[in-house]
Design a protein around this ligand. Structure first.
Ligand code: NAP
Length: 456
């Protein structure tokens, strides 16, 4: 959670001016260095006594995304004021260039002190001289990045969703740590939170939330090949993409297409892959007519377009409000609700060839009543119908493949597949985001944005 409070400019003008110049220019050019040419960062801490925000320009000591700050005060006998701030409230903000994030400060000693001291004096050798001037051992704080994450500690309504902060997780062997840029929201996550899947996928509380995402590799665990820090990726997390950092098995991560926005890329591994699988299941031939049941939904809107790209005529059920938007994507809209069967019969005198059900609640029965063979019907939600009628039930699990994700991203980048994003939410609005998803209305996808798209 960002620090809140009134900023009070320091009394030492030179330092306060340095902070102001750095912030005004995001540390570009000369503002990123002290007068002697050493790189600097700006540390914001909470005043130990005043509770107001204080800022200090300090030498930049960084290693693998972790920073250290040395409480030298030029070798003065006393510690700098910010030392007391960090001791009283370890939650700080650090700006390095244009990047500004929250960190937890931890005073180090022993071998850890020595490692950071060696790094610090390499960048600013004057620390050695400062140390000779004072009897106090100049304290060093390591600043570890804080990671916000959504978690639940019990099943229930939106009120069980909490945003908590912890230090950045570490990837284990075979895992990749991803700094999430956008995480997509899926209706199944509402059911997971409510405990609807508790017997088949029991939660291990505290439990993270969210699956598909687009982000940037922050670290790779032992044994991981093919991913490097800074790579843009998409992937599928086992409940945990709603976080600044997600730990994901390397096999569930694939490349993100350069230049593609992170929001459309984030929906590819779940909704995109599901749409791909459901269209592959019914395998439409050019000239055939395909009906999609919830054609304005996150999966339906993509499945309809993919069936069109296969050369089919596509009819999609939707509310009146979304009809023009579907039409603009080349899908013939038909209003769902009472009378749908007769409206469909009137639109398809030669009948339907295939049906993609993304809503459930009777669409499979409607397809069968319209004479569509069971093997040309695929549902991603009505598993009772799969057992009862022998229709297909292919979905996300049949297309969890980085190759398919790449194929879909190429279609999106070329403009042939459009990903409508109904809304983006900040992480703090997660309860509202899932309430909106639970309405089961809207056009396309909803997503959580953790940070702006990185500039290429
Ligand atoms: N098996 C799998 O692998 C898999 C993967 C992903 C999703 N799913 C499941 O598939 C379903 C669809 O997912 P999704 O992400 O596409 O859902 P979604 O985006 O939440 O779907 C909402 C859409 O449903 C439409 N809708 C509402 N009432 C309707 C009705 N009576 N008839 C037809 N459409 C109606 C809404 O249209 P209007 O706004 O126009 O009213 C809205 O666009 C969910 O149950 C989800 O859990 C399964």
């Amino acid at each position: 959670m960002p620090l809140h409070g009134e900023y009070v400019r320091g009394t030492f003008d030179l330092s306060a001016d340095q902070v102001a110049a750095f912030e005004a220019q995001d540390g570009r050019g000369e503002t990123g260095f002290n007068p002697a040419g050493a790189p600097i960062v700006v540390l914001t801490s909470v005043g130990a006594r005043s509770g107001k925000l204080r800022k200090s320009a300090l030498i930049r000591v960084e290693h693998d995304g972790t920073y250290a700050v040395v409480a030298s005060l030029g070798g003065a006998p006393q510690n700098p004021a910010w030392y007391f701030n960090l001791t009283a409230n370890p939650h700080v903000e650090l700006q390095d260039g244009a990047r500004k994030h929250d960190y937890r400060a931890r005073q180090v000693d022993g071998d850890e002190y020595q490692r950071w001291w060696d790094r610090a004096i390499e960048i600013w050798p004057d620390y050695v001289e400062y140390q000779t001037k004072t009897d106090r051992k100049m304290p060093i704080f390591v600043l570890e990045r804080l990671s916000r994450k959504v978690q639940i500690t019990r099943y229930g309504g939106p009120d069980v969703l909490e945003v908590v902060e912890a230090t950045r997780p570490e990837p284990a062997a075979g895992q990749v740590l991803v700094e999430v840029v956008v995480a997509s929201l899926n209706p199944a996550e509402v059911g997971i939170r409510e405990g609807a899947f508790a017997t088949i996928w029991p939660a291990d509380f505290p439990q993270g939330m969210g699956h598909d995402f687009a982000g940037v590799v922050a670290a790779a665990g032992p044994g991981v090949t093919g991913f490097a820090v800074g790579d843009e990726v998409v992937g599928y997390a086992q409940r945990g993409s709603m976080a600044d950092f997600a730990v994901v098995d390397a096999g569930s991560v694939g490349p993100k297409l350069a230049g593609l926005g992170f929001a459309p890329a984030a929906v590819v591994p779940a909704a995109g892959a599901t749409a791909w699988a459901t269209v592959a299941a019914v395998d439409p031939a050019p000239g055939e007519t395909v009906f999609v049941s919830a054609a304005s939904g996150g999966v339906g809107v993509l499945a309809g377009q993919l069936a069109r790209l296969a050369g089919a005529r596509v009819i999609g059920a939707t509310s009146a409000a979304n009809m023009p938007r579907l039409e603009a994507l080349g899908i013939e809209p038909v209003r769902y609700g009472p009378g749908l069967e007769s409206r469909l019969r009137a639109m398809t005198p030669d009948g339907l060839d295939a049906v993609i059900d993304t809503f459930g609640g009777g669409y499979v029965e409607l397809a069968l009543a319209l004479g569509v063979p069971a093997k040309r019907i695929n549902t991603i939600t009505d598993y009772a119908a799969v057992h009862r009628y022998g229709v297909q039930g292919r979905g996300n699990g049949d297309a969890l493949s980085p190759d398919i994700w790449s194929e879909l991203q190429a279609l999106i980048a070329s403009g042939r597949l459009v990903v409508p994003i109904e809304a983006e939410y900040p992480l703090e609005d997660i309860a509202r985001a899932y309430l909106d998803v639970a309405t089961r209305h809207g056009f396309g996808k909803r997503a959580v944005r953790l940070r702006p798209d990185p500039i290429a």
